[in-house]
Each structure stands twice: as structure tokens, then as C-alpha cells.
Design a protein around this ligand. Structure first.
Ligand SMILES: CC(C)(COP(=O)(O)OP(=O)(O)OC[C@H]1O[C@@H](n2cnc3c(N)ncnc32)[C@H](O)[C@@H]1OP(=O)(O)O)[C@@H](O)C(=O)NCCC(=O)NCCS
Length: 288
């Protein structure tokens, strides 16, 4: 098994492999009441490729591929920000050859890239192989709630101290991220702005990216600000809303979701090392 740095020509192959691996994992972990697992749409595949090409530019040493005689066997992409935080962006092994140690080698190679970072984060699927791998690598695993459904528009609470953000607000974003997760998002804001509209608290205490179906990321210095930002995100949703990645440390988000008429479910885990689950904070699945 050859493990080497990912190259631009590997990215479309990794995208296909990841869709196969995540689709199979979602099918296997699906409960009877869940909707059928979906394949990635063409536009989500294109976004995946753009995002991964971005990581190849910013963090080439954190992006690894494994090849066997049949082609791409697996990959891991990871990034580090401000020498303070390492995070795993995505990680998959080809269905049919999972569970025999390829993932272990890839994950360890990616983690070597962050070896001197004090804080570590990853957003885990429900795949038991992934969870075993992460716990054995020293991550604390925190189950996540997801709030989902049609927003009861009559419940919406106006968020007077929230306005649209701009590039000039990036120092505020950095300040909040450093206080809450230990490192700014830096260049990741470019990718986040493709996932939602930047909204900021006029009191300089928080921000969010409001996507069409819910927040793509939300960070605040206090729960009052976080609550206002989440109401603003819900007001901006169209169709069914999803507030994902809600750890037990973020009960304020559960309260907002319930008040908006959403239903509680569970989905995935936040893995952290060297830190507690950030709060008030709703992380982004790939950019943490
Ligand atoms: C998660 C993933 C990348 C790990 O790669 P992998 O090559 O399967 O991982 P490894 O074989 O190194 O480790 C899997 C561990 O789970 C064990 N395992 C195998 N089958 C298992 C099962 N059905 N249930 C629980 N554990 C299992 C393996 O024995 C191994 O543990 P060990 O090292 O103590 O022997 C891969 O399984 C995958 O692509 N899953 C689907 C996509 C996904 O969920 N990615 C992670 C995103 S967060």
C-alpha cells in the first residue's frame, strides 16, 4: 500500500470514492424511520471538489492518498489553523477493503501533520469503524443532536442586533473563533461564504453563515447572542430547516429549534482532543 501526498488529479477520484463510502455507511447505519441514503448531487460533488482543491492549496501536507493495485484505496484530508488547531476535513476508504487497517495508516499520516497543535477537532459519521478509529486515536466523542423540520413562521423571533456581514468584519470573526475554538478560520471563510450569507452581531459578539436550510456555522461569545443569530438563520431558511452538529454543550440551540417547531434527532459525533466541545458553537461539518 502506497501512501503519498494527494495531487490535483486525485481529487475527482477521491470525490467518487467518498460518495461510494459515505453512501454505503449511511445505508448500513440507517434506522427504519430514516429516509433512504442519498447519493451526492452533481452540484454537491462540484463543491466537494472545489473545497478539496482549496485544502490542497492551503494544507498540502495534510492531504494523503493510499493506492493499491486496483487504484485509489482511500484518502484523508486535514488542515491546521494558526498552529493552534488541527482538524480532519474528510476521510474514506474504498468499500470492500474497509476494516483491514488502511484507514488507520491514513489517519495517522494526516495526524502527523498536526502533531504540534494543542487542539484537534473532527466531525464523525455514525460508521462504527470511524468511531473506533477516532477513539483509539485519542479523540473524545460527543454525540450530536440534529433539529429538523418546517420552521413555524409564527414563532420567529426578530433579531434586531444582527446585520449582514462583510469582508471588513473578518477581524470580528477571527476574535470570536479564537475565543471559542482556539483558532481563526482564516482562508476557510471563502468556502464558508459559498455555503451561506454571513450575518454578524452588531455588538461584535458573534457571527453565523445562514444557508438556505440552516446555519452552515455559528459562533458566539455568549448564548444570548448565539440565540439571536440562530433565530436569524432560521428566518432565512427556505423549505425544510436543519440545525445540525448540536453537542450537549449547546442546549441553547435545542431550545431555539424546539421553539421554532423543529424535531430532535441524533446524527454523528464531534471528536475533540485537547479541548472541550466548543460552545456557543455550531461547527461546519468539513471546516469545523
Ligand atoms: C472510517 C473509515 C475511513 C476507516 O477506514 P478503515 O480502513 O475501515 O479503518 P481501519 O480498518 O483502520 O479501522 C477500523 C477499525 O474498526 C474495526 N471494524 C471493522 N469492522 C467493524 C464493524 N463492522 N464495526 C465496528 N468496528 C469494525 C476494525 O477491526 C478496526 O479496528 P482495529 O484497528 O482495532 O482492528 C472507513 O471505514 C470508511 O470509509 N467509512 C465510511 C466513510 C466514513 O464514515 N468516513 C469517516 C468520516 S467521519
Amino acid at each position: 500500500m502506497d501512501i503519498r501526498p494527494m495531487q490535483p488529479e486525485d481529487v475527482p477520484l477521491a470525490e467518487r470514492l467518498s460518495d461510494d463510502a459515505f453512501h454505503e455507511a449511511a445505508t448500513l447505519s440507517r434506522r427504519a424511520c430514516d429516509p433512504p441514503a442519498q447519493r451526492r448531487t452533481a452540484s454537491r460533488s462540484a463543491n466537494w471538489i472545489t473545497r478539496t482543491e482549496g485544502f490542497l492549496t492551503t494544507d498540502p501536507e495534510g492531504c494523503l492518498v493510499a493506492y493499491d493495485s486496483e487504484g485509489l484505496a482511500g484518502f484523508a484530508t486535514s488542515a491546521r489553523r494558526e498552529d493552534a488547531l488541527w482538524f480532519l476535513c474528510t476521510f474514506a476508504v474504498r468499500p470492500g477493503i474497509q476494516g483491514i487497517g488502511i484507514g488507520k495508516r491514513l489517519l495517522h499520516a494526516a495526524m502527523a501533520y498536526g502533531s504540534d497543535c494543542p487542539r484537534w477537532m473532527l466531525s464523525a459519521s455514525d460508521d462504527p469503524k470511524a468511531l473506533r478509529r477516532y477513539r483509539l486515536a485519542g479523540f473524545d466523542l460527543h454525540p450530536q443532536l440534529v433539529l429538523h423540520g418546517d420552521v413555524d413562521r409564527s414563532s420567529l423571533v426578530a433579531a434586531p442586533r444582527v446585520r449582514d456581514g462583510a469582508a471588513a468584519d473578518h477581524d470580528l470573526l477571527d476574535e470570536v473563533d479564537r475565543a471559542i475554538r482556539g483558532a481563526a478560520h482564516g482562508l476557510d471563510h471563502q468556502m464558508l461564504s459559498a455555503m451561506g450569507t454571513l450575518v454578524v452581531d452588531t455588538g461584535r459578539k458573534g457571527y453565523a453563515y445562514a444557508g438556505g436550510s440552516g446555519p452552515a456555522l455559528l459562533a458566539a461569545l455568549d448564548e444570548e447572542t448565539a440565540t439571536r443569530l440562530l433565530w436569524e438563520c432560521l428566518a432565512r431558511t427556505e423549505g425544510t430547516a436543519t440545525v445540525a452538529h448540536v453537542t450537549g454543550a449547546n442546549q441553547w440551540a435545542v431550545d431555539v429549534g424546539l421553539a421554532a417547531g423543529l424535531r430532535i434527532g441524533t446524527e454523528g459525533f464531534l471528536g475533540v482532543r485537547g479541548m472541550a466541545p466548543p460552545s456557543p458553537y455550531l461547527h461546519n461539518g468539513a471546516l469545523l
